[in-house]
Design a protein around this ligand. Sequence first.
Ligand SMILES: Nc1ncnc2c1ncn2[C@@H]1O[C@H](COP(=O)(O)OP(=O)(O)O)[C@@H](O)[C@H]1O
Ligand SMILES: [Mg+2]
Length: 392
Amino acid sequence: MDSVRNPFAPGAGSRPPELAGRDAIIEEATVAIQRALLGKSVRSQMLLGLRGVGKTVLLNKIEDIAQQAGHVTTSAEVREKQRLSDLLAPRLSQVLRRLSLVESARRQAHAALRALRSFVSVFKLSYGEVNVSVDAEAGVADSGDLESDLTDLFLRIGEAAQAADKAWTLLIDEIQYLCEDDFAALIVALHKINQKELPVVFFGAGLPQVAGLSGDAKSYAERLFLYSAVGALDSEDAKRAIRQPVEAEGEVITDAAIDEIIRQTRGYPYYLQEWGYQCWERADEGQPIEAAHAARATIEAIRRLDEGFFNVRFERLTPKEREYVLAMARLGAGPYRSSDVADALGETHQSLGPRRAQIINKGMIYSPGHGDIAFTVPMFDEFLMRKYPPAQ
Ligand SMILES: Nc1ncnc2c1ncn2[C@@H]1O[C@H](COP(=O)(O)OP(=O)(O)O)[C@@H](O)[C@H]1O
Ligand SMILES: [Mg+2]
């Protein structure tokens, strides 16, 4: 069919043609956004799931909803090894500039900008973009302790949003890349805001390991966040994710073709889009997409995933780390006992600790439970077995 009309072609922000199966999460977020505007207490939401399940798409959707409802929004994605202060400072300055344009909030926004100024200098953030053209306020957000300074800053921003009769939505993606101290500081700051009932809502997204915090941060987090698991779509939703976009283009796809797609993708959103794309490319204009097209799509989709999605991630691992993940894959489908991986490599569980930790830090594997380990990319084990077939 005409590639120009292919509804599964990757577009801006990886927005899917049909956002299937996420109504409950969207509804929950919408309610929080509206409650914040009414000055009512809200719960922060944390979306956790593997790679390619649609977390970023959801955060984008939630940001749209918040903006339409009249929130000012700040969205950011943490990069590996990035500090929270680096990530937030320039973005907070933007949001405060916007709030300072509202007459009723000018004074509070200014106060918040002064707090930001202190924050920037105490954390030695060298940003042309921040360029906060106000004097620092002594004693606010300048202790050098991220936990209390971030709290000061968030409180000021919340007060400015309140004075503007607005609310502030903060969205942070790839939360698992925050170091433990930064994550703890974020949690404490959000917790304090919550107690003051300021109009601030937080949405985070990350790999499932984010739930594995320790100490005080953990007990705070459990009260603070509503955790939502984002996973593969169930069969009804997966069918809709494929059928709806095809039919919206005036074309038809058979049940048998859809069954093949679901069997191959197991309902994982990223893979559904890939298979949908390939099916469309293989079918003829005005003729139904059939099982035979889907079968050919499977071959092409797997080839493309192996070369792209899977391989770029594999390439980021060192030779030693590759050995480790290969040993995992050879044990079959996960999760795996880390002691079994150690046995397979002829090493001890302890000696492999640092290597395992590095692969976790790279976001390739995570620990779903004590002593267990699993891939963060669905079906990564199958990719590795294709790439390194067992000796005959
Ligand atoms: N609910 C959904 N239904 C159909 N496709 C989806 C859905 N959510 C995400 N996708 C598609 O899956 C892919 C991965 O989404 P993304 O948000 O980048 O995943 P993540 O951030 O979890 O890695 C994108 O191509 C997106 O269009
Ligand atoms: Mg993402």
